[in-house]
Design a protein around this ligand. Structure first.
Ligand code: D41
Length: 691
């Protein structure tokens, strides 16, 4: 105990502290938090806390501009663009790395190293991931960042100090006891999440997209206006000391990296000391496994002889050190030829173009097919059959055609034609306005969609056929007992009982459940047909509006558009569905088999009890799902909106209702709970969830 008490303010600082002390304290605090965040990878405080301290410092500096210094964290961004980059001559050249493309080439490298050193025993190496970014060189004098340069041709680069200063992972001042001079080399990269976000912003702003994180990083460092660079998610990792003065060079590469960490520079966490070539190969495989999950691109690993004296002994050949090598991962992009395009039909009827390629070795496997996603993608790529294309296969993801080389297009190249009929069932195909996907309209008969169609038809909210689960649908279709939903109604107990893992009893139950489903409410029947974008609420609106299946099947697009809740897209899905002869046949088959959807008088919307009202559902309901509650309210003529406004008639608040509830309260709108909703529904004879 000092015995001398000082008064502290709310932050715990002595009140007598001078402004200069406060500024210094804030800077130390901020740089310490950055160090813990970037170098130790152990964030000390939430971002908001950092931001508060940052703003406090900004404010003090504004009031006392004489206290501003270049190494203050507030001074990362300059305020005017440069006319151009000036040249930087690298006092210590920035070397390049030799490559090994196979285990054998690596083993040969290790043998050469041991021969030159006259050493039989295993060499101690340091293994590092090879970050796929841009090499830069940072110069610190008396601990302060004074210059940053690109690699250029290795002998001269460009001065990008203003841009590098904007990277928060680059300290503007080193920590602790600093060398009088330090030149450190490292890589600037853009992580995947930042890259995706940047491209999304570029797209929104109508700007050109970056092809990959490396290009985005390069483009960001090449900005003459550092205010733009400051908005780009760039990160720096240090990987070697080029020169150091005022203290001795560490004895090994690993010691050097640890020293860099202590000085506040970020070093990649995967870096390892490895003894002997086998350990290098283990490291290579481990990093390759971890590659997809790293969050940034690497294109291989780098091995360096650890001992600096041995490095010196080995020296250089031309411009690469003999003591280091890059062990590259298999290329993830290769060129090949597009032989043909085939169209596959998915379980929901989407037609997907698949590229048939001249087989090519890429990403470690031979690829002969790649997805083309949809017709828009083909158009975007400007693809022709016969084209030379770039195939991308990253990790375990499906190979894709990522680009075309139009200058290599042969004279006999053919354009790609979108089929006009489904390649599986021959039904008409259809592409809704504004949609990228072309779809088969033969949903009820198309073999590609059979299983999905039957599964949906039988599901609880549709025909509710108990016991007809996904697995059984699979078997029934595979055993060719059914081809479409109408065939369900011709199944015999003996047929079902003969299936694997089906007893007499469960077979009888199934047939009974199928029989039971024949009496069905029209909205459920419509929903069960699996028409695109016709959910329960739309099915209900259609049933209310038209009253019968016959009336619906006779309607044209204009008539569908009269239905509340039906817009142009749904209207065109409906028209195409009912116009397809295959679908008409299946519906006729269902009716012939005795399925009889209920009929009722078409209801005039004005006569519905909640007509003209807008309800909002918020929070979690206990008894009903959101969809059920919504459908039930719509059945009574209410509109169900997603947000509260002055037009809202009623808010139903379930468990953990949030901002919508606050808003309703502030607008003075009636708020009730789920019990009230259920009471209203029963009073009007609506039993949600039971059709
Ligand atoms: O991660 C990298 N891209 C990386 C590049 C790394 N981890 N270490 C490297 N080490 C060197 C030497 C051995 C010459 C100091 C490198 C590079 N060079 C390098 N980057 C670009 C050219 C050379």
């Amino acid at each position: 105990m000092s015995g001398c008490e000082t008064l502290n303010d709310a932050r715990g600082w002595p009140v007598s502290e001078t402004v200069a002390d406060q500024v210094r304290r804030l800077r130390e605090q901020l740089s310490d938090w950055s160090y813990r965040y970037y170098v130790l990878d152990e964030p000390a405080v939430p971002d908001a806390e950092y931001d508060r301290a940052f703003r406090a410092l900004q404010q003090l500096e504004q009031q006392h501009p004489e206290l501003i210094s270049a190494d203050s964290p507030t001074q990362r961004v300059g305020d005017r663009p440069l006319d151009g980059f000036s040249e930087v001559v690298h006092e210590v050249p920035m070397l390049s790395l030799d490559n090994a493309f196979s285990d054998d080439e690596l083993i040969a490298f290790d043998r050469r190293v041991r021969e030159r050193l006259g050493q039989e025993e295993p060499i101690v190496y340091v293994a590092e991931p090879k970050l796929d970014g841009l090499a830069v060189s940072l110069l610190y004098q008396q601990g302060e960042l004074v210059r940053a340069a690109t690699r250029g041709d290795g002998a001269t680069g460009e001065d990008i100090t203003a841009n590098i200063r904007t990277l928060r992972s680059v300290p503007l001042r080193l920590r602790g006891k600093v060398p009088t001079l330090l030149e450190v080399r490292g890589e600037v990269i853009m992580p995947h999440d930042g890259f995706e976000a940047l491209n999304a912003r570029q797209r929104d702003a109508g700007q050109k997209l970056f092809a990959n994180p490396r290009n985005a990083a390069a483009g960001s460092l090449r900005q003459l206006d550092s205010r733009i660079t400051a908005q780009r998610p760039l990160e720096f990792y240090a990987y070697s000391i080029a020169r150091i003065a005022g203290e001795a060079l560490p004895a090994s590469h690993m010691d050097g990296l640890e020293h860099l960490r202590d000085l506040g520079l970020r070093v990649n966490a995967l870096v390892r000391r490895c003894e002997g070539v086998e350990a290098l190969l283990v490291f290579y495989r481990e990093v390759m496994e971890a590659r997809q999950a790293l969050g940034y691109d690497i294109d291989g690993v780098v091995y360096k002889v650890d001992d600096l004296a041995r490095q010196q002994q080995l020296g250089f050949v031309s411009r690469a050190p003999r003591w280091a090598i890059a062990h590259k991962f298999p290329a993830q992009e290769e060129l090949t030829t597009l032989r043909d395009v085939e169209w596959q039909v998915g379980r929901t009827g989407a037609l997907t173009p698949v590229a048939r390629l001249e087989p090519v070795f890429v990403g470690g496997v031979t690829v002969s097919n790649a997805t083309l996603h949809n017709a828009d993608e083909i158009e975007r790529l400007g693809l022709h059959i016969g084209d030379t294309v770039v195939v991308l296969r990253a990790g375990d993801v499906i190979p894709k055609v990522s680009a075309v080389l139009p200058e290599r297009r042969p004279a006999d190249a053919r354009p790609i034609i979108i089929p006009s009929a489904c390649p599986v069932c021959g039904s008409e195909v259809f592409r809704a306005e504004g949609e990228a996907v072309t779809r088969c309209t033969g949903g009820l008969i198309c073999a590609a969609q059979q299983k999905e169609a039957v599964r949906h038809f039988a599901s609880r909210r549709a025909m509710d056929i108990e016991g007809l689960g996904e697995r059984l649908v699979e078997v029934l279709v595979d055993e060719k007992l059914i081809g479409n939903v109408a065939d369900l109604y011709h199944l015999k107990t003996e047929q079902v009982a003969s299936l694997e893992r089906m007893g007499e009893k469960s077979a009888a139950n199934l047939i009974e459940a199928i029989e039971h489903s024949k009496q069905i409410a029209l909205p459920r029947f419509l929903f069960a047909l699996g028409i695109r974008e016709v959910g329960e609420a739309t099915a209900l609106a259609l049933a209310n509006h038209f009253g019968s299946l016959q009336a619906i099947m006779a309607a044209d697009e204009a008539a569908f558009l009269q239905v509340a809740d039906v817009g142009p897209v749904v209207a065109s899905h409906l028209t195409h569905f009912f116009a397809e002869p295959h679908n008409q046949q299946v519906i006729a088959g269902l009716l012939d088999a005795g399925v009889s959807p209920s009929e009722s008088e078409p209801q005039k919307p004005e006569t519905l009890p909640l007509h003209g009202q807008t309800w909002v559902l918020t929070g979690t309901l206990e008894q009903l799902t959101r969809d059920e509650a919504k459908a039930a309210l719509q059945q009574l003529g209410a509109k169900v909106a997603g947000s509260v406004s002055a037009k809202t008639s009623m808010v139903i608040a379930g468990e953990a209702a949030g901002s919508k509830l606050d808003k309703a309260q502030s607008l003075g709108i009636a708020i009730e709970d789920e019990a009230f909703l259920l009471k209203v529904l029963t009073e009007h004879g609506v039993h949600p969830g039971s059709g």
